[in-house]
Design a binder for this molecule. Structure first.
Ligand code: ADP
Length: 442
């Protein structure tokens, strides 16, 4: 910049000298200024052409300040070019990686039009690139469950559909929202997994089925032997133990059979779960059984059920689920404790709560209670005749009734197991009973 100022000063001084020599100082100064300005304008025009043209990499030759300026612009351009090249390379590598993925990946606009897809998407979903770019995926993959999933807006969990290309291939499809309302659809081939799952299910079902008759026969004969007066006395204790364990085996087999039936029917279409169940009557029966089970342990068991509030569902499944909760409350509550069973409805739906003042459950166990054979205290569960399958059954039954199970518990103080049914499940076999509340004594 200083050089430029010296240059201006030089031009003006030369004009002064020449002007003084010829006797036209002002005219000389004016002409010199004009020439200086003209030279700048000319350079400016060249720079503009070079920038607008964009073809020539190297700047045109220039003088003074322009040379510096062009050099700076040139360097900036070089830097942005190499950055662009790097980014393009990176993008290319990402695309290659996505294309090579074994899972199908489809990039969608928020309205569902396809923007990009990889090879696996072509193979698994029958989409074509680039012919299908810009077309809505709803029109190309038309499975009703898939369309419902896309339009439902709940994408935290995947949906399973058969592949549109091959019915025998099962896909697990999930939509992921990222960036600026962009969507990524991922589809995985889960055929093998499904087959293994079905094999495991069949195996458990077959084994339990095969075991059921032998175990029933054993229990029957053991019971008969125990009651047999002619049997030697020294056998009475071993016989009682044998009968107890055989009965436990039968309960496990029964629970396993029930679970595998629930699972198989889950996998196929849900059975008719639409009979109206009189829940207050069902609960009254369960509570009566619980009092009998409590026997000398004298729990205070109360039932507070909204009369006339029924459920659309399967009575024997609901009976098994509710009974499991109430029986657990009795088994895990010390003598004389209190157990409350409540059944009511509000705007959110119908609710069952089974509370006890029992041993409670430490927080780290709560999320795992519904796993098969999960028991906080294995010895205690065995001693009370538990199978570790009760809550797994509860969870399955509730899922089939679109209901959820929640557990609140404080160790040493007690637990509340709560089932929440959606309002659509409420049935009122006796419309006149709406809203009346009745309480069974405790
Ligand atoms: P189990 O046949 O062993 O009772 P469940 O599946 O019914 O099996 O329950 C799993 C575990 O959850 C039980 O072993 C027990 O540790 C715990 N549990 C269930 N209900 C209660 C309760 N009301 N109070 C305390 N612990 C409970």
């Amino acid at each position: 910049m200083a050089a430029e100022l010296w240059r201006v000063a030089g031009v003006l001084a030369a004009a002064l000298v020449v002007g003084a020599a010829v006797g036209h100082v002002l005219l000389a100064l004016w002409l010199a200024t004009l020439a200086y300005l003209g030279a700048h304008l000319w350079s400016l025009a060249r720079v503009r052409r070079w920038l607008a043209d964009g073809r020539g990499i190297y700047p045109p030759p220039a003088w003074g300040l322009w040379d510096e300026l062009l050099e700076l612009i040139f360097r900036l351009r070089q830097r942005s070019r190499s950055r662009k090249r790097r980014l393009a390379g990176l993008l290319e590598r990402f695309r290659d990686a996505a294309a090579a993925m074994p899972d199908a990946a489809v990039v969608l606009r928020d309205t569902g039009e396809i923007e990009w897809l990889n090879e696996a998407a072509a193979r698994l979903l029958g989409l074509r690139a680039p012919q299908d770019f810009g077309r809505r995926i709803h029109n190309l993959v038309r499975h009703p469950a898939f369309v419902r999933y896309l339009e439902g807006g709940e994408w935290a969990e995947p949906v399973e559909i058969p592949s549109p290309v091959d019915d025998a291939v099962q896909l697990s499809v999930q939509l992921i929202v990222y960036g600026d309302n962009q969507r990524l659809l991922i589809a995985r081939d889960v055929t093998r997994l499904k087959k293994l799952e079905a094999m495991r299910r069949d195996f458990v079902a077959n084994v339990s089925h095969e075991l059921r008759t032998p175990v029933t026969v054993l229990v029957g004969y053991l019971e008969a032997l125990e009651e047999d007066e002619t049997c030697a006395r020294r056998w009475s204790r071993p016989l009682a133990l044998m009968r107890e364990q055989a009965a436990r085996m039968r309960r496990i087999v029964d629970d396993l059979l029930m679970l595998s039936r629930l699972e198989t029917e889950d996998a196929a279409h849900r059975p008719r779960l639409r009979e109206a169940v009189d829940v207050p009557a069902l609960l009254a029966r369960i509570v009566a059984e619980a009092r009998a089970l409590s026997g000398p342990r004298r729990h205070r068991i109360s039932l507070d059920a909204e009369q006339g509030l029924g459920l659309l569902g399967n009575e024997s499944e609901l009976a098994s689920a509710f009974s499991n909760l109430v029986v657990n409350a009795v088994q895990y509550t010390p003598e004389g404790g209190e157990i409350r069973v409540r059944w009511w409805h509000d705007a959110a739906g119908a609710h069952l709560a089974v509370s006890d003042t029992g041993i409670g459950i430490a927080p780290e166990h709560i999320p795992r209670l519904t796993e098969r054979f999960y028991r906080v205290d294995v010895a205690r569960s065995r001693a009370t005749g538990g199978t570790g399958l009760g809550l797994a059954i509860v969870k399955h039954v509730l899922a089939r009734h679109e209901a959820t199970l929640s557990v609140e518990s404080v160790q040493g103080q007690g637990s509340t197991f709560r089932c929440d049914f959606p309002p659509e499940r409420i049935a009122r076999p006796d419309a006149a009973g709406d809203g009346r509340r009745g309480a069974g004594g405790g």
